[in-house]
Design a protein around this ligand. Structure first.
Ligand code: FUB
Length: 325
């Protein structure tokens, strides 16, 4: 694949989570729109209110099918506002969509909605997942047969409001040489509707085996967790948020620790960067977004795909983002 490909030129779609179901790529993005809410560090301008599902059978040239609206805030009993990055898992004969949404107290929780088909529509549960908090869920189906959720995000994602899975009186964001806040992992229950354990920290180490610090903003975790496996190793990838990189770290265990390895995607046009990585028909792809088509409006993002390549030692070749072009 020579050039990145914008997948839905007629609309604004971001945070694409891509999976192969029934031999086809299904993409679960956030649906950006012009809500008129001014931009701030809390992400209030990302005021999304529904999801579409897309699918295709040829990443490089195939027609992209829009399966239409599959879930809306008005159908979710506990909804406040802001449907952010979702993900979908397949277990037995059902598809489970995991979505972050602020409840009526403006606290991010993670909800589940269920469908018989990968293209939806998805029917939401009455309540958010018990014990859930923060945002950006990414589901990993491991070879051990279990399903795991990686999640968390700073600033508007509210992770700094919690420690040890408990809400703090006041948010605390570590600084300088203090250890960076960690993304979380939790094993899902067999019915896919709850947590089967307490969420645990995902620790990202530097080349000397020391946890990354809050001050290492070019490479510490901010949001947008994703997991994939390559040549027997677990690759945890994520966005560095305010420094706009998509980075990755490699480990031998899905709970970590992971060792930082480098940048997958350098900054794109627009504040956020968010991605997913999937293998399809013998090639690896990076689904992501930028704000080039909207002329740089950070809240109007367009999803795209480009081939992702590995070096012989298992490291990933850095892809140049649109901010430097
Ligand atoms: O789309 C809203 C938020 O922006 C996502 O949840 C973050 O990962 C960032 O892409």
């Amino acid at each position: 694949m020579q050039q990145p490909r914008y997948l839905v030129p007629g609309d604004y779609m971001a945070d694409p989570s891509a999976h192969v179901f029934n031999g086809r790529i299904y993409i679960y993005p956030s649906h950006d729109w012009e809500s008129g809410i001014p931009e701030n560090d809390n992400g209030d301008h990302f005021n999304m209110k529904d999801y579409h599902v897309f699918s295709l059978d040829d990443v490089e040239n195939g027609e992209v099918t829009d399966h239409g609206v599959v879930l809306r805030t008005e159908d979710i009993p506990w909804a406040g506002r802001q449907l952010w990055d979702c993900d979908v898992a397949h277990r037995d004969d059902k598809y489970y969509m995991y979505f972050p949404l602020k409840d009526q107290n403006d606290i991010f929780r993670i909800g589940v909605a269920i469908s018989d088909k990968p293209e939806g529509p998805f029917i939401p549960e009455e309540n958010p997942m018990k014990g859930s908090y923060s945002m950006d869920p990414a589901i990993w189906h491991d070879e051990d047969g279990e399903y795991y959720m990686y999640f968390g995000g700073l600033w508007g994602g509210q992770l700094q409001r919690y420690r040890n899975n408990k809400a703090l009186e006041c948010a605390i964001l570590p600084e300088g040489n203090e250890p960076a806040l960690c993304p979380k992992i939790v094993r899902l229950s067999k019915d896919m509707l709850g947590f089967d354990e307490e969420p645990r920290d995902i620790v990202i180490l530097d080349e000397n085996g020391k946890p990354l610090t809050a001050g290492e903003t070019e490479r510490r975790f901010f949001e947008a967790s994703w997991m994939h496996k390559y040549n027997g190793k677990y690759y945890f990838s994520y966005s560095t948020g305010d420094t706009h990189n998509i980075c990755y770290a490699i480990g031998d265990n899905l709970y970590g620790p992971f060792t930082y390895k480098g940048v997958i995607l350098s900054p794109v046009v627009g504040w956020t960067s968010h991605h997913s990585i999937v293998e399809f028909k013998g090639k690896w792809y990076l689904f992501h977004h930028d704000s080039v088509p909207s002329g740089g409006k950070t809240w109007l993002r367009s999803m795209k795909v480009v081939e992702l390549e590995y070096n012989a030692d298992g490291t990933i070749k850095t892809i140049e983002g649109t901010a430097s072009k």
